[in-house]
Design a protein around this ligand. Sequence first.
Ligand code: ATP
Length: 364
Amino acid sequence: MPRIALIPGDGIGLEVVREARRVLEHVASSEGFDIELTDWDLGADRFLRDGITITDEEFRSLDEDHDAVLLGALGDPRVPGNQHAKDILLGMRFKLDLYVNFRPCVLLSPALTPLKDVKGPLRLDIFRENTEGEYTGIGGVFKDGTPDEIALEENIATRKGVERIIRAAFDYADTRGRGRVTLVDKSNVMRHVGGLWRRVFSEVGQEYPDIEQDAMYVDAMAMDLVRRPERYEVIVASNLFGDIVSDLAAEVTGGLGLAPSANIHPGRNALFEPVHGSAPDIAGTGRANPIGAIRCVGLLFDHFGYRDVAERIESAVIASIEVGSTTPDLGGQLSTQEVGDWLLRHFDTALPRTTNQEASDRND
Ligand code: ATP
């Protein structure tokens, strides 16, 4: 029985996780899956109330007593610097060693891309290294506040860290029938770290002779993702480049409200979170799009081996977009909860998924 911790967090995190939870419970009960959900009060309110972000015992429990975490968003204007968000989110990534940040960016409907001319279906599966790079906090300032100030932020790349994320990307391409893996780096300038990435990419790539492989500098990739995104399939990158490229890819495939992500240590634990933040500007208005969080539920079922369930959630989401049953960010008029209602109804009535579009047209 998968044990899942729910951390709604802050702002619209509470609203979107409420809908994701309904989908999770509904699908589990209609498919006969046994899941155990626990609610976690982590976020700005708790920090402001108790002065605690997250304790070591809570990290331990998330790691050892749970199989997965579903997180909404962390970030609150009342907390300067969002220290709580860093402690909780980066803490989980590092302490649970969630080294794969998987961000599938799929164009669910041609109308959703801001690009003029996208040829063919678009699916960019991004594998971002999640535990190294510029995110370890190693560095410091010297003579701060003076004209001679020096600031250092180290870029950490270990053979182990680079190899395991590259291997995860190739394994995924191999098992999901994807034809190309592209490495993103800046090895013309960052020769030491970039050189390690290139060498390991080429070594691991030799184990996958049937998969096309190439490497791009990050600036060229930024250009190409706008010019011809359909050329790419699986992309693997360091922590920082993966962050930037995946935001660009998310925007090209429909925007922040739709994109899910998974932080995974294969075989140990996984944390699922929508790519968007806490969006304080719309929190409490009922305008938050819950699809990113609901697609996280799909990734979660996929992670536990129920790929068909994930695909059915994806089908329901596509159908809702096709008929305009969406929140205002996608041009619709439904509230967060109404989108949740629509998807629950559709998940039940529109299966099997091959016929779901016809069914959605009949039902709505
Ligand atoms: P963070 O620093 O936590 O990433 P941010 O402010 O950079 O936060 P978001 O909180 O994701 O980014 O919000 C960016 C913009 O996108 C805001 O205007 C917000 O209203 C909008 N937005 C984000 N998520 C959603 C959503 N699920 N539905 C609708 N609009 C959203």
